[in-house]
Design a protein around this ligand. Structure first.
Ligand SMILES: [Zn+2]
Length: 429
């Protein structure tokens, strides 16, 4: 880890993504904090280590609000059966994989997924974990990976009846115990992870309703596939959001991923209660489950759902999928994520004096006019979802010029490969 106490990043175009953009700008960082933001000429100090960013575009550290780090070593795995529809994709790939995870593969999946996120400027991740044959203690293993890599996060374990109702309590306990032990933590906190309505029986939701403290938010897949919607209709509800609301699980603090197959009542509830809605356009395309109706859900943010660690690339896919018609894209990328990160980490989440220094320095040097009105197009056509030049979290340089500063990359990569190989062999056994 670099030992500097003070650092000046100079000669950059600096923006928080929605309220200011400074050309020929500089940022001063002391320990983990941003202490000054201004013009290069005003922020010079020969006694402080200074890095010349040569005109690169500097952004706030990014948020990935829906990730599955446990899937980070899945690349190249073949499904064990047909994947004609969404439930087959779960059963014949993801649910089979997560049951093969052990302590070692949970840890190295997380490390690999986190490093792949750092490369793309992500400094905070909300992870939705599953390791059904190693539930207890799994979140502490992932926490270790977050602390090792140096990112902030919210962790949860998926609760689901898919292993039988008798297995549910251990999943509930893992979430509740982790959350209770990390409520004031400055880096890693907990949520209550639920898989989806269609794998949660009425009995299970009654039990969760009884146990869940009001201030513990849920993180759930909601209306991802028509099977989820149909299950709720068949059980007498107006839709997936309505069912969560009927069990008292829905609040403005809830995280609902996907929100594709919903009823009019569901949309009304979202407008009224305002949970955080996370669209995952690349995953939705990959699973062929449809697209979220952005005319009906006005406020949302973007996640990757385990597909990649790349949020700007995900926005580029979203932009192209919607034929370039997205309202308030800078709010989706920067303003809303800043508000959400600050709910949990009040001194982080934005590129602002006094806050923790989380920065994503792109490898893009704008040569045409740049301002807040055209910034989004510089991101789509200039940055293009490419890896960052530098990623800084809590004032520490984690990645610079293609190298992870805190890792001997070759050594770490060999260990990850070794663990991935063992996991793949177990998967096919
Ligand atoms: Zn997901």
């Amino acid at each position: 880890m670099n030992k500097h106490e003070s650092l000046i990043l100079t000669n950059a175009t600096i923006t928080d993504g929605f309220s200011f953009l400074i050309e020929n700008g500089a940022v001063e960082i002391e320990n983990d904090r941003i202490t000054q933001i201004g013009k290069c000429n005003d922020l010079q100090n020969p006694d402080v280590e200074t890095i010349d960013l040569q005109g690169r575009l500097a952004l706030p550290g990014l948020l990935n609000p829906h990730h599955h780090l446990y899937s980070a070593l899945a690349t190249g795995l073949a499904p064990i059966g047909p994947i004609e529809n969404f439930t087959q994709i779960l059963g014949n790939l993801w649910w089979h994989l997560d049951q093969k995870l052990d302590e070692e593969s949970i840890y190295y999946s997380a490390v690999h997924g986190l490093l792949q996120s750092v490369k793309y400027g992500v400094t905070t991740i909300f992870d939705h974990h599953a390791s059904m044959n190693g539930v207890s203690g799994s979140l502490a293993i992932i926490e270790k990976a977050f602390r090792k890599v140096g990112l902030k996060g919210l962790l949860c374990h998926e609760i689901s009846d898919r292993m039988g109702e008798s297995a549910v309590q251990a999943q509930v306990d893992e979430n509740m115990e982790f959350w209770a032990a990390h409520r004031q933590d400055s880096h890693v906190q907990g949520l209550l992870g639920l898989h989806a309505n269609f794998t949660l029986s009425e009995n299970t939701l009654v039990s969760i309703q009884k146990q869940k403290p009001a201030e513990l938010p849920i993180h759930i897949h909601c209306g991802e596939d028509c099977a989820d919607y149909q299950y709720c209709i068949d059980h007498g509800y107006a839709g997936p959001v309505d069912r969560l609301n009927e069990f008292g699980l829905l609040s403005g603090e809830s995280f609902l991923a996907h929100c594709i197959h919903l009823s009019e009542k569901d949309y009304e509830l979202i407008r009224e209660i305002q949970p955080v809605v996370i669209s995952n356009p690349e995953s939705n395309a990959n699973n062929n489950v449809g697209v979220m109706d952005i005319a009906k859900i006005e406020k949302y943010i973007l996640g990757t759902d385990g597909m990649t660690g790349n949020i700007l690339g995900t926005m580029r896919s979203h932009f192209l999928q919607r034929n370039g018609k997205i309202d308030q894209p800078l709010d989706i990328l920067f303003r809303y994520p800043a508000e959400i990160v600050q709910r949990f980490f009040p001194d982080a989440g934005a590129l602002e004096i006094g806050r923790r220094a989380d920065l994503a320095i792109t490898d893009y040097i704008p040569v045409t006019d740049i301002n807040l009105d055209n910034l989004f197009y510089h991101l789509i056509f200039g940055v293009q979802g490419q890896p960052m030049y530098m990623t800084i979290a809590d004032g520490k340089i984690l990645y610079q010029g293609g190298e992870f500063k805190n890792f001997y990359e070759y050594e770490t990569l060999n260990q990850i490969k070794h663990v991935a190989d063992k996991l793949h062999r177990k998967y096919y056994e």
